[in-house]
Design a protein around this ligand. Sequence first.
Ligand SMILES: [Fe+2]
Ligand SMILES: [Fe+2]
Length: 414
Amino acid sequence: MSEPAEFLGAFAQALAGMSLYGDGHPARERAIDTAYQGLLDLQAKHAHPLFTFLGDEVIFGRLPLREMREWGWSSRLAEAGIQRLEFADHVTRDDFEVFLEDVLSRLTVDGIDTAEARQLRPTAIKFGAVGVRGGGEALAEEATLPTATITFSLGEEAETIRWLHDEVQQRESLPLAEAEAVVRSLSVAMHGDRQMILPLLQLKQFDQYTTTHSLNVSVLSMALAEYLGMAPADVRAFGVAGLLHDLGKVRIPIDVLTKPGKLTPDERVLMNRHPVEGARLILASEEDLDLAAVVAYEHHIMLNGLGYPQMRYRRSCHEASNLVHVCDVYDALRTRRPYRDAWPVAQVLPYIEGRAGLEFDPQYVQAFIAMMRKWEAQVAVIGDERAPLPASVAAAVAAAPPAAFPPEVRPESH
Ligand SMILES: [Fe+2]
Ligand SMILES: [Fe+2]
């Protein structure tokens, strides 16, 4: 068993021991000692361990702890408002005990009275809810010691997606576990601070567009789903759908994808097949991913029935497709493509707003714009390598004067 898993096991044992035995009982003290030792052992390797409890899953740092998948405490902790748990340097045994008592009081309905203990002193342990939905509970404020904010670059995630696209291209099979791990990791990056963060990758090379775009659409789709109050499992299903919406592009030659000029009719036909190809690839690999397959199929179909693939008869698209469609166009327009410049963010939102009811479902347009206005300051524009770019870059982009676009030029979203 890995150290993080061992620590969690001892942590749960300590909570169980403390609910059974009163202060000073040797069994209680032993259970606390063991868990504290587990923490020290863990910190010998990971100075600032960070756990996230997302429903039935446990994320350590940014990776899921697969061995803890069936660990019932994860959802109990999450339900009790402890979705995130972070340890700073030098946690003392006393700090640790105060922390355990506090956790226990949150877990038990008419719990042990720890009011006295809780007023005690700051500890080097932070925990609390993640996300900003419903003005939810902020992280516990006990901590005065500085704890590291997560710094992320999404370099590993981008690497995983490049690998995943290669796998699909060569073997026609989709490594679902890795796709889901990337989505979890994005979800953790988004909730890594007290406020929601929208980590959006900046495109460096045209040939990497599908990778950065997939990650961005995943982040935006999850953010919008969360903003709309969806349950965590649904939020992540939307994240997977966003991540895989352009999977069919693995079938398109790179020189067509990165062509600076207008596509020939043949190339256009090839390009317009990516939704069908994507849906087919997803369904062939994973029956469980029907939502992602539907989204891949429908993400270029407009509300008014135009777009592609052409429908034989008019019907509504899935809600998830409508939601991803808005996020897709937003990210496509704010990115520089071989055939046009990036649009300033200040111009993208009015464009999307103007197409509500034609191309986009108005309810998602409205929600998307409200969300971007609310979380504007929390957009982190980052590179896909180690060094994150400062968030001020995003502000500079937003403040740039809008470029002029001849009205007859419909901005290709691809
Ligand atoms: Fe697409
Ligand atoms: Fe796309």
